[in-house]
Ligand binder design. Structure first.
Ligand SMILES: Cc1cc2nc3c(=O)[nH]c(=O)nc-3n(C[C@H](O)[C@H](O)[C@H](O)COP(=O)(O)OP(=O)(O)OC[C@H]3O[C@@H](n4cnc5c(N)ncnc54)[C@H](O)[C@@H]3O)c2cc1C
Length: 485
């Protein structure tokens, strides 16, 4: 007997028996990676096959429940939260087909990137560009247009060749650039709002080694030489250390040089760079004025030297993101990079009490034609800001976010979908030419709205009393923090 469910048919019992993954007498508690949002779904199910996904959709419709697929729960917002059925897609992680001639693989959507790297390695293939970590699921990174860096390399949504989606009426759709193209261009970055993606074919390339060169540089040097720097490296990012003019420039190119892994020192990187840093940030909660000194000392001791290494691509792309954090990240047209960073620098001068953590991370991504991708029809510069949560403790960040978002908005910015932001229906209408088309497609594939959670209602649906839930009053996800911050 499952709490709150009466008159289950034999088929429903069989379905729940094989997919339920929590104690039937109590609710599962979902918390995102940063522990900034949590929720208690009515049911937490893990389907193993596409047929089970279809049966779950039919069951949800009959019972009037909403459905939310999740990956690894890394989105730093309530995007993955629900009070309906939460679908853990971890068991749908099989490899269906490898096309060596075209360097493509077809996989089930729940596969984690770290699993995918190993599969690809076996076939001498690799992903062309990935972000900072590989814990996420493939469907999760595609759903939010997750990106790495490289001005000629697109976000995850742009590498999808075809996909299969189960919609809100339990129908199965195959789509690609040749078959049902509008659905394809909508589904490649669809936040779980169109249905459950069950499998995807993605474009890869032959496995490669990357040589990374990391050097200290001044912010003005980078801004003055941005075009050349973007030209000379396939993948380029830099971290700016706010309250200083220092940056760390990271450039990576494909190489045939022998592997020479990055050497991480226990004392400098683990003890000082992680544990002591976390402790310092905990103390800085009571004395924010010390933050610039902390930043300077870390820059001097850890980043103020040239480092080079060569390794398999995914090992070079990924790095340790330290401890939980509040993050915000928007994409601006690449030509606005300099203005955006200068405005941010001016903000710290104008607001001497605003002390923020390093780094401000700056990355570059190729344009694409995915309806809701922040890179839709524009080459972009992503600027990410961060406030760490030492030992999961809250730190003030709202004033910083407000000022940062005002700057990004003024420069035609589009927010990263996974991160908590203040962009809503009318903003999206202005910023995304195909937004109305996306909503039409959404209505057609989910006429009963079973895929809408509070995040989606709040951000992408036209405003109505029903859709006006703020992050702190949300029904399906709760923001775990002090609202005064
Ligand atoms: C430490 C850290 C580092 C990060 N680094 C980067 C980075 O370098 N670059 C970047 O762009 N982002 C980055 N992110 C953000 C992260 O990549 C996104 O939040 C991503 O969406 C998380 O994937 P997930 O598998 O955890 O998905 P979840 O957070 O669980 O879900 C995200 C969305 O995907 C949808 N979804 C999941 N599975 C399916 C499915 N089968 N069908 C349809 N929809 C589905 C969910 O419904 C939800 O809307 C980072 C986040 C963290 C915490």
């Amino acid at each position: 007997m499952i709490r709150g469910l009466k008159n289950l048919t034999k088929e429903e019992k069989t379905l729940l028996n094989s997919t339920l993954c929590h104690d039937p007498k109590s609710k599962h508690k979902f918390t995102n990676w940063s522990r900034t949002f949590d929720c208690e779904p009515f049911l937490y199910l893990a389907p193993t096959t596409e047929n089970e996904v279809i049966e779950i959709i039919n069951f949800a419709r009959k019972r009037g429940l909403s459905v939310k697929p999740i990956g690894s729960g890394h989105s730093p917002s309530d995007l993955a939260c629900t009070d309906g059925i939460m679908l853990n897609m971890d068991k749908m992680n099989r490899v269906m087909e490898v096309d060596l001639e075209n360097h493509r693989v077809t996989v089930e959507a729940g596969i984690r990137l770290k699993e995918l790297h190993l599969v690809l390695k076996k076939w001498n293939l690799a992903l062309s560009s990935i972000g900072s970590i590989s814990d996420q699921s493939l469907a999760g990174v595609i759903a939010t247009a997750t990106h790495g860096t490289g001005i000629e390399y697109g976000c995850f949504s742009s590498i999808v060749v075809d996909l299969v989606l189960v919609d809100g009426l339990g129908r199965r759709h195959y789509c690609s650039s040749d078959v049902n193209e509008p659905l394809f261009n909508a589904a490649r970055c669809s936040l779980g709002a169109l249905g459950i993606i069950t499998q995807l074919t993605i474009q890869c390339e032959p496995a490669f080694l990357l040589k990374a060169v990391q050097v200290p540089e001044k912010l003005d040097y980078i801004l003055d030489n941005l075009i050349d720097l973007l030209d000379e490296s396939e993948h380029m990012r830099f971290w700016w250390f706010p309250h200083t003019d220092d940056t760390v420039l990271w450039k990576a190119n494909r190489t045939k040089e022998p592997v020479k892994p990055l050497k991480e020192g226990f004392v400098m990187d683990k003890l000082f760079g992680f544990h002591f840093y976390q402790f310092q940030l905990m103390l800085a909660r009571y004395m924010p004025s010390v933050i610039p000194s902390i930043t300077k000392s870390h820059y001097q001791l850890r980043f103020n030297k040239k480092v080079e290494w060569v390794d398999e691509s995914y090992k070079v792309f990924n790095f340790d993101c330290l401890f939980p954090q509040y993050v915000n990240e928007w994409a601006v047209p690449v030509e606005n990079t300099r203005t955006a960073l200068n405005m941010l620098r001016a903000l710290f001068t104008a607001e001497p009490d605003l002390k923020v953590h390093f780094p401000v991370e700056v990355r570059f991504v190729k344009k694409d034609n995915v309806m809701l991708s922040p890179c839709y029809n524009q080459y972009v510069c992503y600027i990410g800001v961060i406030m760490y949560r030492p030992y999961y403790l809250p730190v003030p960040y709202k004033k910083y976010w407000k000022a940062y978002e005002d700057i990004m908005r003024s420069l035609r910015g589009r927010p990263h979908w996974a991160k908590a932001h203040k962009f809503y229906y009318f903003d999206f209408l202005k910023a995304y030419p195909e937004f109305p088309r996306f909503l039409e497609i959404r209505q057609a594939v989910d006429p009963e709205g079973i895929f809408l959670n509070d995040y989606l209602k709040r951000h992408i649906m036209p405003p109505s009393a029903e859709n006006c839930t703020g992050p702190l009053s949300s029904k399906s996800g709760t923001e775990k923090q002090n609202s005064k911050l």
